[in-house]
Design a protein around this ligand. Structure first.
Ligand SMILES: Cc1cc2nc3c(=O)[nH]c(=O)nc-3n(C[C@H](O)[C@H](O)[C@H](O)COP(=O)(O)OP(=O)(O)OC[C@H]3O[C@@H](n4cnc5c(N)ncnc54)[C@H](O)[C@@H]3O)c2cc1C
Length: 337
C-alpha cells in the first residue's frame, strides 16, 4: 500500500493528481484485502484499468486500486467456435493480437483500442463497425456489497452504444474480474464496410482480406488520425455521438445542409466531431488544452501541464457552443472522477 501516490502514469491524459492510498492487485484475494482496508478506513475506491477513459479532476481522497489480474484461457466449443476468457488486467490490444495469432476471428476491427480487457464491457467498446457485444458471452464480477462472485451474461449487461449496466445502475457496484468472448476459428465474418477500411485495404493491395489484414488496416487508419497518448495526453473521443429524433434532424438539415446523420428508425445518430468542428473548435487551444487538429472529438493535454479541471471546463465550453448552435446536448464519454 502506497500513500500520497502520483496517478500521472496511470491516466492517459497525463494529469498530475495523487491518491491518498494506492495498491496493485493481481488476484481476487488481494482485491478483497484491499477492499477490507478501504472499508476499515472508510475510504472511497477508484478502480484503475489502463486509465484511458478517465479524467481526474482532483486529488483522490481514497484508495486507488490498479487491477492487474492476468491470464488467458481457451475452451473449444465446436469446430468453428472457441470461447476465450481473459482476466481484467490483460491489455486489450495485446489480447486482440493473441487472438489473431491463433487465427480467432471477431475482435480484429477493435485493434489498437487502449485500455484493459476488464474495462471493455463498461462502455461496450466499439470501432469500425464492431462492438464487444457482438462476440461477448459473459463476464465474471465481484459484487462489492456482498463480496460474492456473479456472472453477467449478454442480456444482463444491457449493452448499448458506449453504454452498459456498469455505467448505469450498476455503477460503482461491481468489479469486472474476467470476460469471455465467443470467436470463430475458420468461417470468419469479415467486416470491411465501415470507415476507411475498404480504401485502406486497396492501398495495401489486398482483395480478399483475412482477419489479420483487417487488423493491419484498422491499425494504419487509427495511427494516421488518432493522437498517441504516449506523445500527447488524451482519452480518445471525449464525447459520444448524439442521437436525435428524425424530425429534429430534418429541421436542422434545412438550416445546415451539410449536416451528416445515420438514421436508425425514427432516430438519427449525428457525428459529434462534425458538430464540434462547425462550432470552430477543431485545433483550437485555450491555455494548456486543445481540440485535436485532426479529430475535433479528441481533447488533448496540449502542453502536458493541463489540470483535469481545465480539461473539464474546456469540454463544457464545447458542450455549450454545440447546444447554442444546433440545440443538441453532447454527452461526455470519458468518466469524470
Ligand atoms: C487514443 C484513444 C483511442 C480510443 N479509441 C476508442 C475506441 O475506438 N472505442 C472505444 O470504445 N473506446 C476508445 N477509447 C477509450 C478507452 O480506450 C476505452 O474506453 C477502454 O475500454 C478504457 O479502458 P481502461 O482500462 O483504460 O479504462 P480506465 O480508464 O482505467 O477505466 C474506465 C472506467 O472503468 C472503471 N474500471 C476500470 N476497470 C474496471 C473493472 N475491471 N471493473 C469495474 N470498473 C472498472 C474505472 O474506475 C473508470 O471509471 C480510446 C482511448 C484513447 C486514449
Amino acid at each position: 500500500m502506497y500513500e500520497n501516490f502520483s496517478l500521472k502514469p496511470y491516466n492517459t491524459f497525463g494529469i498530475e493528481v495523487s491518491a491518498k492510498y494506492f495498491t496493485e492487485i493481481t488476484n481476487t484475494e488481494e482485491l478483497k484485502n484491499a477492499l477490507n482496508f478501504s472499508d476499515v478506513q472508510t475510504l472511497p475506491i477508484l478502480f484503475l484499468g489502463g486509465g484511458s477513459n478517465i479524467l481526474l479532476t482532483q486529488d483522490f481522497d481514497g484508495l486507488a486500486i490498479k487491477l492487474d489480474l492476468k491470464g488467458i484461457t481457451e475452451e473449444n466449443r465446436t469446430e468453428n467456435e472457441v470461447l476465450i476468457t481473459a482476466k481484467a488486467g490483460e491489455n486489450w490490444h495485446n489480447f486482440v493480437m493473441y487472438c489473431l495469432k491463433n487465427n480467432y476471428g471477431g475482435l480484429e476491427n477493435l485493434s489498437l483500442i487502449p485500455g484493459n480487457v476488464g474495462t471493455s464491457p463498461m462502455q461496450n467498446i466499439g470501432a469500425y463497425g464492431t462492438e464487444i457485444k457482438d462476440v461477448f458471452v459473459n463476464c465474471k464480477v465481484l459484487n462489492l456489497e456482498t463480496l460474492g462472485i456473479e456472472n453477467f451474461d449478454l442480456e444482463k449487461c444491457r449493452f448499448a452504444y458506449r453504454d452498459s449496466i456498469f455505467k448505469q445502475e450498476g455503477k460503482g457496484k461491481y468489479v469486472i474480474l474476467e470476460v469471455t468472448f465467443k470467436l470463430t476459428k475458420k468461417d470468419h465474418i469479415i467486416k470491411t464496410e465501415y470507415g476507411a477500411i475498404q480504401s485502406e485495404l486497396e492501398k495495401m493491395g489486398i482483395q480478399n482480406p483475412t482477419i489479420q489484414d483487417i487488423s493491419k488496416a484498422v491499425i494504419h487508419i487509427r495511427q494516421s488520425k488518432l493522437p498517441d497518448p504516449k506523445i500527447i495526453g488524451n482519452a480518445g473521443s471525449f464525447f459520444k455521438n448524439p442521437t436525435i429524433p428524425l424530425v429534429q434532424f430534418e429541421v436542422l438539415k434545412q438550416k445546415f445542409e451539410n449536416i451528416q446523420g445515420y438514421p436508425n428508425g425514427n432516430q438519427v445518430k449525428v457525428p459529434a466531431g462534425w458538430l464540434i468542428e462547425q462550432c470552430g473548435w477543431k485545433g483550437k487551444q485555450i491555455g494548456n488544452v486543445a481540440s485535436h487538429q485532426l479529430q475535433s472529438l479528441v481533447i488533448v493535454n496540449a502542453t502536458g501541464n493541463a489540470t483535469g479541471k481545465e480539461i473539464f471546463d474546456f469540454s463544457t465550453m464545447i458542450i455549450d457552443s454545440v447546444k447554442e448552435k444546433f440545440g443538441i446536448e453532447l454527452e461526455r464519454e470519458v468518466n469524470i472522477i
